[in-house]
Design a protein. Structure first.
Length: 150
C-alpha cells in the first residue's frame, strides 16, 4: 500500500514540476515568447514570412530542476492535427547533468515546416535516465508553444 501511495505521489509531483517550467524562445537574438506554464491558448506566436526569411535560428531554452538534470528530454514537433512531423535527437542533444537545456531549430527547417504545415506545435517529454525509475513514470507531452504563419 505504501509503495502504491509513493508511486502516485511521485507521478503527481513529476507532472506539477514539468508543467511549471519557464521557457524562453528566441528567433536569432530577439526573444519572441516567454512562457511560465502550459497553456495552449496563450503560448502562441505568429510568424510572418519575412521573419522566417531572416537567417536566424529558433532557440528554445529552459532551466530544469536540479534533481531532474539527468533526465532524458525529447522535443517533438506536431502539425495542427497532432501528427508528429519532427523530433529532436534525445541523448545527443543534451549533455547529462545539464541544468539549462537548449534546443535549436535551424531557420531552414523552421521555414520548411511552416511553409508545409502553416501551424506547428512544440512539445517535450521528460523521463528519468534510470530504467527502474522510468518504468514508474507516466510520460506525457507538455505543450511549449504553437507557431503559425501569418
Amino acid at each position: 500500500m505504501k509503495i502504491i501511495f509513493l508511486l502516485i505521489s511521485f507521478m503527481a509531483i513529476t507532472n506539477l514540476v514539468m508543467a511549471q517550467l519557464k521557457w524562453k524562445i528566441k528567433l536569432g537574438t530577439k526573444t519572441v515568447l516567454q512562457t511560465a506554464g502550459e497553456d495552449e491558448s496563450k503560448n502562441v506566436f505568429r510568424l510572418s514570412r519575412t521573419q522566417i526569411g531572416i537567417k536566424s535560428n529558433l532557440i528554445i531554452s529552459y532551466q530544469v530542476a536540479a534533481d531532474e538534470k539527468d533526465w532524458v528530454r525529447n522535443l517533438m514537433i506536431d502539425d495542427s492535427t497532432g501528427a508528429g512531423i519532427a523530433e529532436s535527437p534525445t541523448a545527443s542533444a543534451i549533455k547529462q547533468g545539464t541544468v539549462e537545456v537548449k534546443y535549436t531549430i535551424t531557420n531552414k527547417k523552421l521555414k520548411e515546416l511552416l511553409t508545409k504545415h502553416k501551424k506547428i506545435k512544440l512539445f517535450y517529454t521528460s523521463i528519468p535516465s534510470d530504467p527502474e525509475q522510468a518504468a514508474l513514470v507516466r510520460v506525457r507531452k507538455v505543450h511549449i508553444c504553437t507557431f503559425s504563419l501569418r
